[in-house]
Design a protein around this ligand. Structure first.
Ligand code: PGA
Length: 237
């Protein structure tokens, strides 16, 4: 399956960052990454001004969130249609940092449906807390999250497994844990859905993680902010 290397810039950067895709394409020209997809999910404001350079550099563009409604009185929110018309083809939904703010599995499923309606591919995020991992309930919790967050009948989506305790902490799950979790996820999502691993993926651990069975790419936070490290991770894929 074609790997997907996805950067999530979260709430970092300023308008000068819209030049980063150009820098990435110089570091790792499209001809050297024909076997994989590279995606950047910047803050929503940067999507439109990044669209041309991403297109030129053969880099996909995504948003970090969208609302489930088509439009309406939702101050501060961004619709899937806006995401699409700004030039993005992907959207992250259900990131743990948003679930921590109260986003439920049902909200995540509704956002995924809204995205799919606009032809925007949702990247649906799931993952367990450290308490759940320690209680040996990680697989049960992640399986329940997937069943409730992936809308029935949806086929074009990406599933991102991100153990919450590994996000931004420098801790990563062991290759064995990733292998076991991704095998379980594969059973649920079927053979055609790309399954990403996320949580402190760095150039130093990318090769091992990306070489694990049923890992079809990575969702990268901190290490996606510098194009050198994002390129190094893409080279490992
Ligand atoms: P991290 O973030 O790579 O900084 O751990 C991953 C994510 O939250 O998507």
């Amino acid at each position: 399956m074609r790997p997907l290397i996805a950067g999530n810039w979260k709430m970092h950067g300023d308008m000068s960052w819209v030049d980063k895709p150009g820098a990435f394409a110089e570091l790792l020209p499209a001809a050297e990454r024909e076997h994989l997809d590279v995606l950047i999910c910047p803050p929503s404001l940067f999507i439109a001004p990044m669209a041309a350079s991403c297109h030129e550099g053969n880099i996909l563009l995504g948003a970090q969130n969208c609302h489930d409604a088509e439009s309406g009185a939702h101050t501060g929110e961004v619709s899937a249609e806006m995401v699409k018309s700004a030039g993005a083809d992907y959207v992250i939904v259900g990131h743990s940092e948003r679930r921590a703010g109260g986003e439920t599995n049902a909200d995540v499923a509704a956002k995924a449906i809204a995205a799919a309606k606009q032809g925007v591919t949702p990247i649906i995020c799931v993952g367990e807390s450290l308490d759940i991992r320690k209680a040996d309930e990680a697989e049960a919790v992640v399986s329940a999250q997937i069943k409730a967050s992936v809308p029935e009948g949806l086929t074009d989506y990406v599933l991102a497994y991100e153990p919450i305790w590994a996000i931004g902490t420098g801790m990563t799950a062991t290759a064995e844990d990733i292998k076991a979790m991704h095998a379980m996820i594969r059973d649920i999502v079927g053979p055609n859905v790309r399954i990403l691993y996320g949580g402190s993926v760095k150039p130093a651990n990318a090769k091992e993680i990306l070489g694990t069975d049923n890992v079809n790419g990575a969702l990268i936070g901190g290490a996606s902010l510098e194009m050198e490290s994002l390129a190094a991770i893409a080279r490992a894929a």
